[in-house]
Write a protein that binds this ligand. Structure first.
Ligand SMILES: [Zn+2]
Length: 464
């Protein structure tokens, strides 16, 4: 970067204000068709405004013109499974059968550190290709595999919160641990990774179905021992699972209470799914400030059910998106946004009427808030780190045609969620470092900044 910093010129969308806070406010997003974003050497956005005025005030800045595409904040995925990259696409089974036949056999292979390192590389590559720069990753049952994940994420500077998955019942024997080991291995991993670079530790019992009270208590003591640790698990995904958990924990009032009893539910907690919540559970989640990771393509693929977004919003429970690979059908949060929209449509009067601004919020700033990073990333405001993606659909694709002929910025954003996929994510930056461009990945510190290709500088008419 030059002494004057880098000045990105772009048509850009973001959601600095929560569109769910006022569901009558349209469009619910911020759009500029010739924005200037000055990014410092440290990767922080220092000036934002109309390009002409920012350029006039900072004549030394290197200008990178991205107007051939669309600039968005880096996407934030709040639920994705590290060991399940290779089981995506096994359709036709409900949750518990899918776990037994597909996910759990593959997860046992991560006992091999070499295999785990390969999968870590595939996962991180998949996230970057999808434009995901921040994620809460459900780790592995094997501590060396979790080391491999953090190592690979650090190579690209990705913001990853993850941890050791622990269970002491109901799973194949190689995936089981003991309460003592669950505690000691987690504390060891956290001492190596929590707060190092952009890594943070997440205490991760797989779900109450596979955890005794003793293991959940061990998780609680890790939360105490590791300051600022996150908590993540599954809840209320599938009706058979929910009924089994209720039977297994007769002294708890409901599924959420199996975690809350141990003090595991708080503002740094993210629970995946919650497709079948009780009102009492929503009230506890809201009171604790815990967030829910909504994973609509997984919910549909496993037939888990339609997510009650309106009840979450009305109860005041924050919701963000997760791809839930490998039950989810890919890493793209554009697809998850579209599937979230579909699910609400299918709920009819019970559904929440999602507009494009809601989908962008769910895919970016909502996730940043759920992960305690709202002051750092999630939108393109001054003071935020420059985590961003540029979409440049290949010429002649439906998205390319749609964007060139969109009648308004909102229409264009709707087309992004209807049509965008990994192939449209041309550039990815984390804290001002470009880590992907035109299909090539680039570890941080690997050389001079990658300039956009000539294609990136090609201008194109803006929507609206
Ligand atoms: Zn999951």
């Amino acid at each position: 970067m030059t002494a004057g910093g880098v000045l990105y010129r772009a048509r850009a969308y973001d959601t600095p204000d929560d569109p769910f806070a006022d569901d009558t406010a349209r469009p619910g997003f911020r759009y500029e068709d010739d924005l200037g974003l000055l990014v410092s050497r440290e990767g922080v956005i220092t000036t934002r405004g109309p390009f002409a005025s920012v350029a006039a005030a900072h004549p030394q800045a290197t200008v990178i013109d991205l107007r051939a595409g669309i600039l968005l904040p880096g996407l934030v995925d709040t639920h994705v499974h590290f060991p399940q990259v290779r089981v995506i696409g096994a359709l036709g089974m409900p949750l518990l059968e899918w776990l037994e036949r597909c996910a759990l056999p593959e997860e046992q292979h991560l006992a091999s550190p070499d295999y785990a390192a390969t999968i870590a590389s595939e996962l991180v590559g998949g996230l970057i290709a999808a434009g995901t720069t921040t994620s809460l990753v459900f780790g592995s049952h094997f501590a060396p595999a979790v080391d491999a994940l953090f190592t690979e994420a650090a190579r690209f500077g990705l913001r990853v919160t993850s941890g050791l998955v622990v269970s002491d019942q109901m799973l194949p024997e190689p995936l089981l641990t003991t309460p003592d080991r669950a505690h000691s291995e987690a504390v060891d991993l956290a001492s190596r990774w929590h707060g190092r670079g952009r890594a943070r530790y997440a205490v991760t019992p797989r779900f109450s179905l596979s955890a005794s009270d003793a293991v959940l208590a061990a998780c609680a003591s890790v939360m105490t021992d590791v300051e600022g640790a996150f908590f993540t698990s599954h809840v209320n995904e599938n009706l058979t699972e929910v009924a089994t958990v209720h039977g297994q924990f007769p002294d708890r009032s409901d599924y959420v209470d199996t975690y809350d009893h141990h003090g595991l539910i708080g503002p740094r907690s993210v629970l995946a799914h919650n497709v079948h919540p009780l009102d009492s559970e929503l009230a506890v989640l809201a009171a604790r400030g815990a967030a829910v990771a909504h994973c609509p393509s997984s919910n549909a693929a496993l037939g888990s059910g339609l997510f009650r977004l309106r009840r979450h919003v009305e109860a005041g429970v924050p919701v963000a998106l997760g791809c839930d690979v490998g039950a989810g059908t890919g890493f793209s949060l554009f697809k998850e946004g579209l599937q979230a929209y579909f699910a609400q449509r299918l709920l009819g009067d019970q559904g929440f009427p999602l507009a494009p601004g809601h989908l962008l919020h769910l895919s970016t700033s909502a996730g940043a808030s759920a992960l305690g990073l709202a002051d750092v990333v999630g939108d393109l405001s001054v003071g935020k780190e420059f985590d961003a993606i540029c979409l440049r659909p290949p010429a002649g694709t439906a998205l390319d045609i749609g964007l060139r002929h969109a009648g308004s910025p909102e229409e264009a954003l709707g087309k992004v969620f209807a049509l965008a996929g990994d192939a449209d994510v041309a550039d990815v930056w984390v804290a001002g470092e470009q880590i992907a461009s035109g299909g090539f990945l680039r570890p941080v510190g690997a050389g001079p900044a990658v300039r956009p290709s000539r294609d990136a500088r090609r201008t194109r008419s803006t929507p609206g």
